[in-house]
Design a protein. Structure first.
Length: 92
């Protein structure tokens, strides 16, 4: 079976396509420059936000409350009771 012939691009089409390619590459370079500027602004904003967050955390962090020894014992006893119930349910 004969192979189909390749379409030949005439000179006008080739010239048009090459000029379109140049134009698209210029547009791509412009867009990439804008993307880089946006990324730079985002990094600066994130850095500023992180610095402010650290300052706010240092100033406004409430002290952490600790449960008393008796409260910890009650919590441990309740947890042991829950696990005992789970094990009893497994046995049948």
């Amino acid at each position: 079976m004969p192979r189909p012939r390749k379409k030949q691009v005439n000179r006008a089409d080739h010239s048009f396509l090459s000029m379109a390619l140049v134009g698209y590459e210029q547009a791509k370079a412009k867009i990439e420059a804008e993307i880089a500027a946006i990324r730079k602004a985002l990094r600066a904003a994130a850095r500023s936000y992180a610095e402010n967050a650290v300052l706010e955390e240092e100033v406004f962090l409430p002290k952490r409350r600790k449960p008393s020894a008796a409260a910890r014992k009650r919590i441990a006893a309740a947890q042991k009771k829950r696990w005992a119930a789970v094990r009893a349910a497994k046995k049948g």
